[in-house]
Design a protein around this ligand. Structure first.
Ligand SMILES: Nc1ncnc2c1ncn2[C@@H]1O[C@H](COP(=O)(O)OP(=O)(O)OP(=O)(O)O)[C@@H](O)[C@H]1O
Ligand SMILES: [Mg+2]
Length: 270
């Protein structure tokens, strides 16, 4: 595919600068389930921050608080000085979330999936919206898929459509939930490259939730680890090569214990 970096200014650079994110003593519970407690970290404008952690540790829940889709139980998320859930943030900060499962509308063509938000928010005439949509599709090498429907696309293409849909909003803050899960190594590397290029070209701030250690090593400025309901580590990607915390070492290099009842159960069921 064409590298986004090789294309001549495919989307206009953000008119406003990238924004910082400040997560302050954030806790989230659902009824009796405490997902995480007292999580604090900051993401600098233009930074790529990768949030890692085991399945069920609350990565998607945390990202939804940053996206302003849910209200924290306590603490707060500030974006460019405004509360993430507030009307001011919605008005002043262009942010976009790339959902873990894509969240495309199956009844709409790829083109209409991308045009939906700009039409709803009257981001220009139909011709101007067409130009934005087609440019976003070109950046992700998806120009030929405009008239197809999500059910006709591979998993990797759907992931790229979800990123293209976020790009159409010309975001200052891009939130990605597992952008490389279920993709082969080549497609994963392509997505890593796209995330890196978007930051370089448009200076967008990125928070990326992922299990993928290769992604963290190749694109992150800093990595955070969410485990056992706490943010247990924030540091440079190089720290992942020799993690000080044994829980992180175990997560990155799991030793498979064939005597473990959970392992036996999975392998006798398949
Ligand atoms: N809306 C909700 N209501 C109740 N519980 C929820 C809700 N959303 C998430 N949870 C619970 O919160 C916990 C964390 O879920 P979350 O989806 O954030 O995990 P995750 O770290 O993103 O996992 P994965 O890596 O598998 O995507 C889980 O126990 C989940 O069941
Ligand atoms: Mg998740």
């Amino acid at each position: 595919m064409a590298s986004p970096a090789s294309q001549p200014n495919p989307l206009p650079a953000a008119e406003s600068p990238a924004v910082g994110v400040s997560v302050e003593a954030l806790s989230k519970s659902y009824g009796k389930l405490d997902v995480f407690k007292d999580v604090t970290f900051a993401v600098e404008p233009g930074e790529i921050f990768v949030l890692m952690g085991p399945s069920g540790s609350g990565k998607s829940v945390l990202l939804r608080q940053v996206a302003g889709l849910e209200t924290p139980t306590s603490g707060r998320v500030m974006i460019d000085g405004h509360d993430a859930g507030s009307a001011e943030t919605r008005e002043h900060v262009r942010r976009a979330l790339v959902f873990q499962a894509g969240a495309l509308f199956n009844s709409l063509s790829v083109y209409d999936n991308l045009a939906l938000y700009p039409r709803e928010h009257q981001m220009g005439t139909e011709d101007q919206i067409r130009e934005k949509v087609m440019r976003a599709l070109e950046i992700l090498s998806l120009g030929k898929t405009a008239e197809t429907f999500p059910s006709q696309l591979s998993g990797g293409m759907k992931k790229r459509v979800a990123i293209a849909r976020a790009l159409v909003m010309e975001p200052q803050l891009l939130l990605y939930d597992e952008p490389t899960s279920e993709l082969d190594p080549v497609m994963s590397a392509t997505i890593d490259e796209i995330i890196g290029s978007l930051r370089k070209e448009y200076h967008v701030t990125s928070v990326v939730v992922s299990h993928d250690c290769d992604l963290a090593l190749s694109i992150a400025d800093r990595v955070g680890f969410l485990m056992d309901g706490r943010l247990v580590h924030v540091g440079k990607p190089a720290d992942l090569r020799e993690p000080a915390d044994p829980r992180i070492a175990e997560f990155l290099n799991p030793k498979i214990d064939v005597g473990n009842p959970r392992f036996k159960k999975i392998h006798t069921e398949t």
